[in-house]
Write a protein that binds this ligand. Structure first.
Ligand SMILES: [Ca+2]
Length: 457
């Protein structure tokens, strides 16, 4: 607020044009707040604005209408690989060691923003190691996290770590409410400073179970008895997730800081099985864990009223390495040196400019780390895997029928050659010491198996 009053004084004194203040051209004076929100296990097809017809997502639909929506944002097939890629801006091939782990030698976007004077906060799901110092180590001043010091219930009566202290809630609280309330308090407290909130949401990961807005919500419930829950509640969870985003944007409005806040919403991987969603007549079967579109194509909607023109839809390719670089550009910050980021900024596209769009994106995925992973390079339509399989995902989105090399059109040959050349750039990209973490785990598992088999003899 003080910053705005100071800005207004400068305008009236003739020192500053209102445009330069409002457009954020003078980044030294008006650094944007950044709110990066990521749903858990929510594919592209779940959002109304994307053409989804199974669930209600009024907040995100409105956000898309007043901001920009991307048709081609691709995540990794599951949680940790996506989070490591997003937080470090680096392809998994270079720095992914194992599931549930972010190596402490990595620099996250929060480290950079914190160093630049931003107040930083993470709320939602952690699942990146249990040591108490980790959120601070990775650049977060404050945290309110599920699945940190232990894995407790996430939905009704959750167990949440708040700034190093574990709290077991038992009065009918709902995990997504607890963490989103914390984010709102953080905004209120830091409304006069630039801040960064990273909100990896608890929703809409299984177990599918009633939300406080479901008819059969039971505040005494201690959580689902099964891992997956009942898929009939998935729609309620999608709509509650949407409501949480509205809670944050309403708070930004209430505090008068929405205009210069970049809000970005993505999903961390495709929808889980057994969820089946509709896009009109088209059926999309959830495929979390798989490399196909239903496992990796995620929603991406961004809003930044001073900068993004309303209602823009982009067909440019975006991958999870790109957010780090873009956020730095949006705040006029230098990414860390000498670390080399793999991302490409899409800030120009947010501004409605052509920018420097990607011709292809790359994905390396190995859930448990190790030397080998699945790899592809793709554009909006064609996808080439390391084993040479080449797909047209517009006609074959489940990737059942690789295109036959001898029946390719001239244009398909050209694209295939371009993707093959891109893939070659990653031929030797996996560092031995990064791969060794997973390899050592595999050896240990094998030894355990053999010693158990030996015991039985
Ligand atoms: Ca996930």
């Amino acid at each position: 607020m003080i910053k705005i009053l100071f800005g207004l004084m400068l305008i009236f004194a003739g020192f500053l044009s209102p445009e330069s203040l409002l457009r954020g051209d003078d980044k030294e004076n008006v650094r944007p707040n950044i709110v990066l929100i990521m749903a858990d296990d929510l594919g592209f097809e779940c959002i109304g604005a994307n053409g989804g017809t199974s669930y209600r997502t009024p907040v995100l639909d409105e956000l898309a209408k007043t901001g920009v929506r991307f048709n081609h944002c691709y995540a990794q097939p599951i949680c940790t690989p996506s989070r490591v890629k997003l937080m470090t801006g680096i392809h998994n091939v270079r720095n992914y060691e194992k599931f549930g782990h972010l190596p402490t030698n990595q620099t996250t976007f929060a480290n950079v923003f914190q160093k630049a004077g931003y107040k930083t906060c993470i709320v939602g799901k952690w699942q990146l190691g249990t040591e108490t110092h980790l959120p601070q180590h990775f650049g977060f001043d404050e945290h309110c996290l599920w699945h940190f010091s232990k894995r407790a219930e996430r939905y009704p009566n959750p167990g949440i770590d708040i700034n190093g202290k574990y709290t077991q809630f038992s009065n009918g609280e709902y995990g997504p409410d607890v963490v989103s309330n914390y984010a709102c308090q953080f905004m209120e407290k830091n409304q006069d400073k630039p801040f960064l909130i990273y909100y990896p949401m608890i929703l809409t990961h299984c177990p599918s179970c009633p939300t406080p807005d479901s008819v059969d919500w039971d505040p005494t419930n201690k959580g689902s008895k099964t891992y997956k829950g009942d898929p009939k509640y998935f729609g309620d969870m999608v709509t509650y997730m949407d409501k949480m985003i509205g809670k944050l944007t309403n708070k930004l409005d209430e505090l008068g800081i929405r205009e210069n806040t970049l809000v970005m919403f993505i999903g961390d991987n495709g929808t889980d099985t057994p969820i089946v969603s509709m896009m009109g007549d088209k059926k999309v079967i959830g495929a979390k864990g798989k490399m196909i579109d239903a496992g990796t194509r995620v929603p991406f909607i961004a809003s930044w009223p001073t900068t993004i023109a309303a209602g823009h839809v982009s067909d440019d390719l975006v991958t999870f390495t790109d957010f780090f670089q873009t956020m730095c550009d949006a705040a006029a910050l230098e990414p860390p040196s000498p670390t080399k980021l793999d991302g490409r900024s899409f800030l120009p596209q947010l501004k409605g400019e052509t920018g420097n769009p990607r011709e292809w994106i790359y994905c390396f995925y190995a859930r448990n780390g190790g030397i080998k992973g699945q790899e592809f390079v793709r554009n909006q339509r064609y996808k080439l895997y390391r084993d040479g399989k080449f797909f047209d995902v517009v006609t074959d989105d489940r990737e059942k029928n690789p295109l036959k090399t001898d029946s390719l059109t001239g244009q398909q040959r050209e694209i295939r050659a371009k993707l093959a050349s891109a893939l070659r750039q990653f031929n030797d990209a996996r560092p031995a010491e990064v791969a060794e973490v997973g390899e050592a785990l595999k050896r240990k598992k094998q030894q355990n198996k053999e010693s158990k088999a030996g015991d039985k003899k």
